[in-house]
Design a protein around this ligand. Structure first.
Ligand code: PEP
Ligand code: MG
Length: 542
């Protein structure tokens, strides 16, 4: 038995087999091809590779485990040859998608279709489709296919996960996360919260020889026990059972709040919005009672590609989110890359201090072609509901003025081209820098809303690298400067007729909700699993 400690994310427990995520593989299938023909070729080669691996696994399972257990691989092979599925993937490629996105899109459509049939057996097949898709994606992204053959869920161990690795994970197969590095505001932790799963970050080195071994993960205690004794397992399971029972009871109470507005005892109404990374998460947000989307991290789509997305691709994604939310506000944050979110095809030069460098709106104002493509896509999607635009990393009035000019340019172009769009689309900014909080009275004259990104505001106010577990305690122990900046901004923004929300991780910190209500914060945007808890907490505030 070996025990590792780290910072727990959430309070849940889980147990299962550890799987190490290896991200340095290079494959013949990963390249910079961009033409349709080449993308089809990549897909074809990836299918062949996965087929070979499945045949091998089938043979092995048959001789080592049994006929019944080997059947799953027969099903996967059949699915890999399914004409409808592959035809859809081919169609997506012929319409300009890269092989990775075509696989994602085709599997998504197929799963939705199977689920709509309301048949338990066919719904189960949706999981198999996802498994196949993840194997294809692994091959396409350069990993050894054998790594991806996990037929049962596992606990993922990684040194750390970059945002682009994070978006490529098969989230249905992950029971929990453990990372060597990372802090509560790193992207791995944000993902764990969004998925509502137990996680441990900043654990330090974990011996690779634990790959495949059974363990207990307790995020409340911040503990990972590898190869536990029978006694440990029994105690853990009992505690897990009891906590699940209490959580279930609580959940049914929380669900009863779903359609009730969040109003504090003294009558302050707070909008409860969701943070999402892709249009696909809008459905889950609605199911958890989101009154809108407070942050769509639009860079996630760019991170999942190996080329620039087209205006149409972006438009279809935003349209899906806006349509799904049925008239509720959907705040699309414009591209926020740079710092830890690096995208190879942007060819950003290596920087000494990337978090203080070429990032967010600074890139957009330099790469006007890329920015305008995104603004046009958002505007076109705004014809289908209530889309809003939010600019990240703002430090000055001048940046907003320039962005607004480009927005007006896009509106004029779309008008000339006969596209429908919301000509009064709201423009807002993030408060992620002390400068934007301090200047909020001035900035409020240019935009209608603000949303506080407490992850970066903490990083830039306290000079605490959000990726570095060695200094993350400084952020946790010094909330007051951040809260004072938010309080000041809220006062100034309200005086100037605007509204203010919080979409950083502190928005879900229930110990701070009373402070936020006191500051008259108008909206809290949190990961979907936290929506109901925050809604309840606001109702308890004075
Ligand atoms: C933040 O900085 O708090 C935020 C919400 O943005 P991100 O975490 O994507 O940097
Ligand atoms: Mg940020």
């Amino acid at each position: 038995m070996k025990i590792y400690s780290g910072t727990g994310i959430g309070t849940k427990k889980t147990s299962g087999v550890l799987r190490f995520y290896k991200s340095d593989g290079q494959s013949a299938y990963k390249n910079n091809f961009t033409t349709c023909e080449n993308e089809l070729k990549r897909l074809e080669l990836a299918i062949k590779e996965v087929k070979k691996a499945l045949e091998k696994m089938h043979k092995r399972a048959k001789s080592h485990i049994g006929d019944e257990e080997a059947k799953i691989f027969e099903i996967h092979l059949m699915l890999l040859e399914d004409e409808d599925l592959m035809e859809t993937a081919h169609l997506e490629i012929s319409q300009g998608m890269c092989a990775e996105n075509a696989v994602l899109e085709a599997s998504d459509k197929y799963c939705k279709m199977l689920k709509a049939l309301n048949d338990e057996y066919l719904s189960e097949r949706a999981k198999d489709i996802k498994d196949i898709a993840s194997q294809l994606l692994n091959v396409l992204s350069g990993k050894d296919v054998s790594e991806s053959i996990h037929t049962s869920p596992y606990i993922l161990v990684a040194e750390d996960l970059t945002p682009s690795q994070t978006v490529m994970l098969d989230k249905d197969m992950i029971l929990g996360f453990v990372t060597f590095f990372g802090t509560p505001s790193s992207h791995t932790a944000i993902l764990a919260r969004a998925m509502g799963i137990p996680a441990l970050v900043g654990v330090g080195d974990i011996d690779m020889e634990h790959d495949g071994e059974f363990c207990l993960l307790d995020s409340e205690k911040g503990e990972l026990i590898v190869n536990p004794t029978d006694n440990e397992i029994e105690l853990f399971k009992e505690r897990e059972k009891e906590e699940n029972r209490i959580a279930k009871e609580h959940e049914s109470y929380l669900r009863s709040l779903i359609n009730k507005p969040a109003i504090s005892k003294n009558g302050h109404r707070v909008l409860i919005y969701a943070n999402i990374g892709s249009e696909k998460e809008a459905e889950g947000a609605l199911l958890n009672g989101a009154e809108g989307i407070g942050l769509l991290r639009s860079e996630m789509m760019y991170l999942s590609l190996d080329r620039y997305p087209t205006e149409d691709e972006l438009y279809y994604a935003y349209k899906e989110a806006v349509t799904e939310m049925k008239g509720r506000r959907v705040i699309i944050r414009t591209l926020d890359i740079g710092a830890d979110k690096q995208i190879p095809y942007f060819n950003i030069q290596k920087e000494e201090n990337p978090a203080l460098g070429y990032r967010g709106v600074r890139i957009c104002l330099d790469r006007i072609d890329v920015f305008k493509t995104q603004l046009r896509a958002i505007l076109r999607a705004s014809a289908f509901g209530k889309a809003s635009i939010m600019l990240p990393m703002i430090v000055s009035e001048n940046e907003i003025v320039k962005c607004r000019e480009l927005l007006e340019e896009c509106k004029n172009e779309l008008f000339e081209e006969n596209y429908a769009f919301d000509s009064k689309i709201e423009l807002g900014i993030m408060i992620e820098t002390p400068a934007s909080a301090v200047m909020s009275d001035v900035l409020a004259k240019h935009v209608s809303f603000f949303s506080v990104g407490t992850n970066d505001l903490t990083q830039y106010t306290l000079a605490v690298d959000r990726q570095n577990p060695k200094v993350s305690h400084i952020g946790e122990e010094n909330r007051e400067p951040i809260l004072r900046l938010i309080g000041y901004a809220s006062e100034q923004i309200h005086k100037n007729g605007g509204w203010i929300g919080i979409c950083g991780e502190l928005g879900a910190d229930l110990t701070l909700t009373q402070r936020f209500v006191d500051m008259k914060i108008d909206e809290l945007s949190v990961s979907s699993p936290y929506l109901l808890g925050v809604r309840k907490r606001v109702g308890e505030c004075e």
